[in-house]
Design a protein around this ligand. Structure first.
Ligand SMILES: Cc1ncc(COP(=O)(O)O)c(C=O)c1O
Length: 426
């Protein structure tokens, strides 16, 4: 991976205290390491953009300039163009959520929406509730505002609402600023919150009067099983974060927030302070793309490709991974979560894996407190099925080497201590 150079920073006493808690994204650091041509990357969550027909995007982008050039190159309104918000109204309607254009603010991806959430809701020391593990970009956005992050463990049915109930009871009425959840094909765990648990979560949120933030980038990437209604479809007080990144292209940096009016007004103010307005050009391009192209067919092609890769990964895990490993089987999205025995430190093994030409993200990146080192996130979205098989075989070899050592220790009755605290997921 190369040796990190320590650079003396003579401005280090000038930064705000809040920046001290913001960790660099392990994934982004890994991208640098993953550029070797023979590297098989399971570390990223990048869509298979090559399958989006470039000609249709060129047509949309050209039409944006040719037919609406003066608007596309001008500042726009902070809430986003009415036309693109109408596109979102249509998309939300298809997944069972009734919203009006006035209920929406367009953001620079869901990531900006997360940053705005943090800015709007969090004061230092506030408690917020997330799944454990959770999206590391959310942890990054939230941590700048110095919250106390409480992670609720998950199982195959998503967030454990029984444990959420216990936590809320402990915290008391309005004891947390919000509950953040990724109900569909969770990043990183790959699991989906069941309809029953969706109801339970909403009931608890109502009972304790706590806003719910639903982050749903992967909901339309379902491989099998029926569509689950979003939380926002069941309760119109839910703050819903959507994105064009996985159904069109992340390079456009377009997402949206649907929220109750008073909260939306805060989003609008925060958005104005952040960047005045989103890219008009990107918005017009998206409008043209969704109006003029066969985007549903493209989405279907993408989803089938991801499903094939999920299958390839699960088959390879079954074939090559040691008996001690447990993994989730996602019904959609991009990620499989693997859990190893608690004494195995997958962070320390990463360098070895990279040496052998395969990358993953160690599980602790998805916890605020160092837990999860015996876990890893494997993204199956990017590599071809044959490469996935090869990569999992390589990774299994690295794990086997370490496990042999541990098995020998175990046989002698001297197991080394677990690194950090172990993941609590069942
Ligand atoms: C759960 C989750 N939320 C938000 C984002 C950010 O997406 P966007 O590209 O819309 O900023 C991602 C990106 O992968 C994600 O996985």
């Amino acid at each position: 991976m190369g040796t990190a150079r320590v650079v003396f920073d003579r401005w280090s006493d000038r930064y705000s205290k809040r920046m001290a808690d913001v960790r660099s994204s392990a994934v982004r650091d890994l991208f640098a390491a993953a550029t070797r041509p023979d590297m098989i990357s399971f570390s990223g969550g990048m869509p298979e953009i090559r399958r989006v027909p470039i000609d249709s995007v060129i047509a949309a982008a050209t039409s944006a300039l040719r037919d609406s050039g003066t608007e596309a190159l001008q500042y726009g309104s902070s809430e986003g163009r009415p036309q693109v918000r109408e596109v979102v109204v249509g998309l939300m309607g298809e997944i069972g959520v009734r919203v009006k254009a006035d209920d929406l603010v367009i953001t620079a991806g869901a990531q900006q929406a997360l940053d705005l959430v943090a800015k709007i809701f969090i004061d230092p020391g506030d408690t917020i509730i997330c799944e454990g593990p959770t999206y590391l970009g959310a942890l990054q956005a939230f941590s700048a505002y110095q919250p106390n992050v409480v992670c609720i463990p998950m199982d195959d049915d998503g967030m454990r609402t029984d444990l959420l109930a216990e936590e809320l009871k402990r915290l008391g009425q309005r004891g947390a600023k919000f509950i953040y959840t990724i109900p569909n094909f969770q990043n990183p765990a790959g699991v989906t919150l069941t309809p029953t648990r969706r109801r339970e979560l909403l009931d608890l949120a109502r009972e304790y009067d706590i806003p719910v933030i639903e982050d749903d980038p992967y909901g339309r990437l379902r491989f099998e099983g029926g569509h689950c209604l979003p939380l926002r479809a069941l309760d119109d007080e839910v703050i819903y974060l959507g994105t064009f990144s996985k159904i069109f292209a992340p390079g456009l940096r377009l997402g949206w927030v649907a929220a109750p009016k008073p909260i939306l007004a805060k989003f609008l103010l925060a958005k104005q302070a952040a960047d005045l307005c989103g890219s008009s050009y990107a918005q017009v391009t998206a409008e043209r793309y969704f109006a003029d192209t066969r985007w549903r067919k493209t989405l279907q092609t993408l989803t089938s490709a991801y499903a094939e890769r999920r299958d390839a990964m699960i088959a390879a895990l079954e074939e090559f991974f040691p008996a001690e490993a447990h993994w989730t089987v996602p019904a959609g999205g991009f990620f499989v979560w693997v859990e190893m025995p608690s004494f195995l430190d997958l962070k320390s093994i990463l360098a070895e894996a990279v040496e052998r030409g395969v990358t993953y993200v160690p599980g602790d990146a998805f916890f605020p407190d160092g837990r999860g080192r015996n876990c890893m996130r494997l993204g199956f979205c990017y590599a071809e099925p044959a490469k996935i098989r090869e990569g999992i075989e390589r990774l299994a070899e690295v794990l086997e080497d370490r496990l042999e050592l541990y098995r020998a220790f175990a046989a002698a009755g001297v197991l080394p201590a677990a690194p950090g605290t172990t993941d609590e997921r069942g």
